[in-house]
Write a protein that binds this ligand. Structure first.
Ligand code: 5GP
Length: 210
């Protein structure tokens, strides 16, 4: 955190939610953002899907069995959850609530269904951001380039992406991901402005009384 940010009065942590159609480049943005933007950490979701090449347990996800996922869900340990592409995904509740209470900002890379749940539960602390690709042709190319899914799955993801894109008006901010560095700069601008909102101050701030 820069010196200037240290001068800010104590405030609650902010939950930044990043949603996007599959292949819009959201994971690239969220990973880079956590490195590039001071004072923001990534939430690590639980998922029942199998790890892809290059993914690390406990960093990208906590990869769990259906039974373990169910146990977490039943004991109320998930702040939100959803079924996406035949797998279950969920955000652990304790790390999220602890971050907000301690004034730390946290970034959630979750789908629309999850974003709606978080927004309903943590209205005052949540900021929702939607990422769209510049076009759907571009999206199709990105999905193919990624090479992690077969043709049926790609078509499935593309259909779903078109449906999901229509949800963007529900969000607070929209980032068109034409160039990753520009997108990160836009995200950083959102983060910095949100941190300065008066409504987030933990206590009444009255320096003129000192
Ligand atoms: P992927 O399998 O490509 O990593 O993720 C598929 C989708 O699930 C993405 O849209 C991603 O944002 C979403 N997702 C990842 N973690 C969570 C989570 O904890 N909750 C919800 N609702 N969606 C998630």
């Amino acid at each position: 955190m820069s010196k200037r940010d240290d001068l800010s009065p104590p405030r609650r942590g902010i939950i930044f939610i990043l949603s996007a159609p599959s292949g819009a480049g959201k994971t690239t943005i969220s990973r880079a953002a956590v490195k590039a933007i001071a004072g923001i950490e990534a939430s690590v979701s639980l998922t029942t899907r199998k790890p892809r090449g290059g993914e690390t347990e406990g960093v990208d996800y906590r990869f769990v069995s259906e039974e373990e996922f169910r146990r977490n869900l039943d004991s109320g340990e998930l702040a939100e959850w959803a079924r996406v592409f035949e797998s279950s995904y969920g955000t652990p509740r304790a790390p999220l609530e602890n971050a907000v209470a301690a004034g730390r900002d946290i970034l959630l890379d979750i789908d629309i269904q999850g974003a709606r749940q978080i927004r309903d539960k943590y209205r005052d602390d949540a900021v929702t951001i939607f990422v769209l690709p510049p076009s759907f042709t571009e999206l199709e190319e990105r999905l193919r380039r990624r090479g992690t899914e077969d043709e049926t799955k790609i078509q499935h993801r593309l259909n779903r992406a078109r449906e999901e894109a229509e949800a963007y008006p529900e969000y607070d901010y929209l980032i068109i991901n034409d160039e990753v560095n520009d997108s990160i700069a836009r995200l950083e601008a959102i983060v910095k402005a949100e941190r300065l909102k008066v409504a987030r101050l933990r206590n009444h701030f009255a320096p003129w009384k000192n």
